[in-house]
Design a protein around this ligand. Structure first.
Ligand code: UT7
Length: 350
């Protein structure tokens, strides 16, 4: 039994907010933002998380050629849904008409897609469900204090999706959208036939709630007959200790990847791409250095989108897929990190 990705999709809003535009809003500069983060622009939604999630999901469904009625499970990794309830996954289900699907959201901030992917794969592995739609979608723009230059330059909105299917070993249909297995591939040895079977896992997921204060966004305050309105406090804005998050990321991500690859029994040299959460170019470069792997194995798109939180990994995965940069049998290591603190990694053979 294997779990494989049979379709990917993504969506980013049309409206772009460039570094030049931010220069007009806060005391910053294009040069500072590019040098410290690698970000040049970010997309901002005017329609919200559900709309972006649905658009990304539809693209993944189209690629896989799967009808909504065939969907067993929908998991949306988001911490910025349009509503507290219903969950975004239920809204996606309604928009797609996937009436049979079980639906829930998973809150793990920037690790949200990765944790959702791992969670869905366990349901498939257990035989509970055969197909799953996993979406990472976030609207960080509504949590950002647009007068705080320490955070407002970092984040953008977007959504990405992956469709998972459980297949019996050796009976795999060709994955959707894979027009040419080796199109655009750089110089890598093709894996032997036995190693080319698509599969997912192992994975790992970690959290350290004790350090949660370094990246936080307070939800609506308590409001009841025993609490006075004036004691309610501020809420709704993201606050971050950037340096602490930076230190956390450059330590935990390489450790998680090392542990993952040891578990998988795969040397780092065999990994075709490390698909990392797109938070900061310097974090990604540091991970590459610690892994002693060339930066060319660490694709990036944060220059255009900034940090899209739970959406960053599936957007990047979809771009790699649609550009024909993923060939059958390619070994990938995904890694995410974020508020919680949460972090994790997933191994998969494309
Ligand atoms: O998904 C996870 C989400 N979060 C992250 O991944 C964040 C990880 N952390 C980071 O990416 C970096 O810490 C930042 C990009 C947020 C900040 O970069 P830094 O190199 O850690 O800068 P810093 O906070 O140490 O600030 C250096 C200087 C300070 O000025 P002084 O005190 O040296 O005079 C800041 O006030 O840069 C100043 N500064 C800015 N200057 C121009 C901070 N933000 C800006 C800005 N433009 N936007």
């Amino acid at each position: 039994m294997r779990i494989k990705i049979i379709g990917t999709g993504s969506f980013v809003p049309e409206k772009a907010l460039s570094n030049a535009a931010l220069e007009q809003m806060v005391e910053t500069s294009d040069a500072w933002i590019r040098e410290r983060t690698g970000i040049g622009s970010r997309r901002i939604t005017e329609t919200g998380t559900t709309d972006m999630a649905v658009r990304a999901a539809r693209r993944a469904m189209e690629m896989a050629g799967l009808s909504p009625g065939e969907l067993d499970l929908i998991v949306v990794g988001t911490s910025t849904g349009d509503c507290l309830f219903p969950g975004t996954a239920c809204e996606v289900q309604a928009a797609l008409g996937a009436e049979r699907a079980a639906c829930f959201d998973l809150s793990a901030a920037c690790s949200g897609f990765l944790f959702s992917l791992n969670t869905a794969s366990v349901y498939l592995e257990a035989g509970t469900y055969r197909t799953a739609l996993v979406v990472g979608a976030d609207t960080l723009s509504k949590t950002v204090d647009w007068s705080d230059r320490g955070t407002c330059i970092l984040f953008g909105d977007g959504a990405g999706a992956a469709l998972l299917e459980r297949t019996e070993s050796g009976a795999e249909p060709e994955a959707g959208g894979r027009k040419s297995e080796d199109a655009g591939r750089e110089n890598v040895d093709r894996p032997a036939a036995g190693e080319r079977e698509s599969r997912m896992g192992p994975f790992l997921m970690r959290a350290d709630g004790g350090r949660g204060g370094v990246l936080r966004c307070q939800a609506a305050p308590l409001r009841n007959p025993f609490i006075k309105e004036e004691n309610a406090g501020d809420f709704g804005y993201l606050s971050m200790n950037g340096q602490e998050v930076f230190r956390f990321a450059v330590k935990t991500v390489p450790e998680a990847l090392e542990e993952l690859l040891a578990k998988a029994g795969v040397p780092a040299e065999d990994i075709r791409y490390f698909v990392l959460h797109q938070a900061n170019e310097r974090i990604i470069a540091s991970v590459a250095k610690r892994m002693r792997q060339p930066l060319s194995k660490f694709p990036m798109n944060l220059e255009h989108y900034g940090n899209t939180s739970g959406a960053s990994i599936p957007i990047l995965l979809d771009e790699l897929n649609r550009e024909g940069r993923l060939g059958r049998g390619d070994k990938l290591a995904l890694a995410g990190f974020g508020a919680g603190l949460t972090w994790g990694a997933t191994y998969l053979v494309w």
